[in-house]
Write a protein of this length. Structure first.
Length: 205
């Protein structure tokens, strides 16, 4: 069974520059608990413990089995190795028993907070409803008041379009009348030109 040890100067010297945990990448410090696996790799005790608790049972570096690591707490020194891990389960049980009512109270507190938040939200919605209704009524009144103005604007645009169309129509009629009046003059002019051409042609002959 592999047990945890405290970091000593000898271990730091032995590791040299590579005196950091491969899991958390933090340096080892004197009197800090570490685990030396059977494959001779060094890890923080808390890091390898968390890995095993997550059912990671192989060395993070070489993938060899680390099932023989004892996860109880030991107080270690060079002359004495005294196991106190048997009390860990009792301590954990007491901690869990102590935390149980706290968790229950916290759960009840969260439940009450959620209910109160829901009630506050509902009350706010009720209080805001008259304001929302008033806003919609104001918008409706505004639309009603603006309707005559919109109708007058559209009527004015229609009158302007009709007036412009009449002007355009008068212009086109005037052009047509001018073309009709000018046609006999143009015809007489062309006949006169034709007579002159005939007369000049006879003189030339």
């Amino acid at each position: 069974m592999i047990k945890k040890e405290k970091v000593t100067n000898d271990i730091i010297k032995k590791l040299g520059k590579e005196y950091e945990c491969p899991i958390c990448c933090d340096n080892f410090t004197i009197n800090e608990f570490i685990i030396i696996t059977g494959c001779k790799h060094y890890f923080h005790y808390k890091c390898i413990k968390q890995a095993i608790e997550r059912n990671i049972l192989n060395c993070p570096i070489c993938r060899r089995s680390i099932r023989n690591i004892e996860i109880n707490i030991y107080n270690y020194n060079r002359n004495n190795l005294r196991e106190i891990g048997n009390n860990e389960n009792n301590e954990n049980f007491l901690i869990k028993a102590f935390m149980l009512p706290i968790k229950a109270i916290k759960g009840i507190q969260n439940f009450i907070i959620s209910i109160v938040s829901g009630i506050i939200y509902f009350v706010i919605q009720i209080l805001m409803f008259p304001i929302y209704l008033l806003k919609e009524i104001i918008n409706l009144i505004y639309q009603i008041l603006m309707l005559p103005i919109y109708l007058i604007k559209e009527l004015i645009n229609l009158v302007i379009q009709i007036f412009l169309f009449q002007i355009y129509l008068i212009k086109e009629i005037a052009n047509l009348v001018i073309q009709i009046i000018m046609f006999p003059i143009y015809l007489i002019k062309e006949i006169a030109n034709l007579v002159i051409q005939i007369f000049l042609f006879q003189i030339y002959l």
